[in-house]
Ligand binder design. Structure first.
Ligand code: PEP
Ligand code: MN
Length: 323
């Protein structure tokens, strides 16, 4: 942002006022006539209208944003009121498993039932989901327990089938930059949960959201699930700075998935607390009725009892309607 000062303004006074609001400025050299300031990267967020009201400021020039439709979501409450819990197994494995998981998720206070029918797996030899059959089990289990459904489509070809059962469409981390998939999901006009790519910058993540919204998505909820780190002790590196930035600077809907971020169940509660403190609107948590028998991501699945305990501890109760 550029700020043109009034001819009679004292630049030091204006700079001091701006610094008091967390805004660091640079004096523009060589500006003929009235002095001008630019706001340094990394400064606190502020609107052009607020800036224009500061004594000594003549005019504010904002650079056009690369993601105006995402920016326009600022302040929207994705779940009417938070915090919200989205919980369930990594994958829908069989009918009994997802029904049991749904009962446990509902008991814990979750509003959404999660579970992959189509699973993107790093290895082609790993369990990759039960597909279409799993979608119908998931839908039935959610309905019987008064839950909404969040589930992933991995390809354009799956979008229509997944959209029939999903209240919230999930874009997986591995697909964040699959633009054809984003466009197909956007065309359904449904809300989308957009997981951050494991090596995506925040700007790339926001632009992926812009692809969804430009194609027609009703809303985009950003989900931080950890980026690839350099240390194998935890599965990924949970970027809470990104969560705070999206919430406190961009005022966007954001939730955190501590399960894929850390990869082990004992560390999920502390990360969940940290996520909420950073500004998350809710949590996406993996839970399995029998984690030891899970076909994918067993080590990070909470037991039903652990999920209930976490939800109680955090006041994550199901009281609101769909986005
Ligand atoms: C998931 O949530 O089912 C999943 C596959 O996670 P991610 O895309 O974050 O790896
Ligand atoms: Mn998983």
């Amino acid at each position: 942002m550029l700020i043109a000062l009034k001819r009679d303004a004292n630049p030091e006074t204006v700079e001091a006022t701006l610094r008091g609001r967390g805004l660091w400025t640079r004096r523009l050299e060589g500006s003929a006539g009235a002095p001008a300031l630019s706001i340094e990267q990394g400064s606190a967020g502020i609107s052009a209208t607020d800036l224009a009201g500061i004594e000594g400021v003549a005019e504010v020039f904002t650079a056009p944003s690369a993601h105006p439709r995402v920016d326009a979501q600022a302040g929207s409450r994705p779940f009417d009121a938070g915090p919200v819990l989205l919980a369930g197994p990594c994958a829908v494995e069989d009918e009994a498993q997802i029904h049991q998981a749904a009962r446990c998720a509902a008991r814990a206070g979750a509003r959404y039932l999660r579970g992959g029918a189509f699973k993107p797996r790093s290895s082609p030899y790993a369990f990759s989901g039960r597909g279409e059959l799993a979608l119908s089990w998931l839908a039935d289990a959610a309905r019987e327990n008064n839950l909404l459904v969040v589930t992933e489509a991995m390809s354009e070809a799956q979008v229509e089938r997944v959209a029939k059962v999903a209240d919230l469409l999930q874009v997986g981390s591995r697909n964040m930059a699959n633009f054809a998939l984003l466009h197909a999901m956007g065309r359904t006009k449904k809300p989308v949960l957009l997981k951050r790519g494991m090596s995506a910058t925040i700007e790339e993540w926001l632009l992926a959201g812009e692809h969804l919204m430009n194609a027609g998505a009703k809303s985009v909820i950003f989900c931080e699930r950890g980026v690839t780190g350099f240390d194998a002790h935890t599965r990924n590196l949970l970027d809470l700075g990104a969560v705070a930035l999206l919430k406190h600077h961009y005022h966007l809907p954001v939730i955190v998935d501590p399960s894929h971020a850390v990869g082990r169940r004992d560390l999920i509660p502390p990360l969940a607390h940290a996520a909420m403190a950073a500004g998350a609107d809710g949590l996406l948590v993996e839970m399995h009725p029998k984690p030891a028998r899970a076909l994918s991501d067993g080590p990070q699945a909470l037991t039903p009892e652990q999920l209930t305990h976490l939800a109680q501890e955090m006041g994550l109760l199901a009281t609101e309607a769909a986005p």
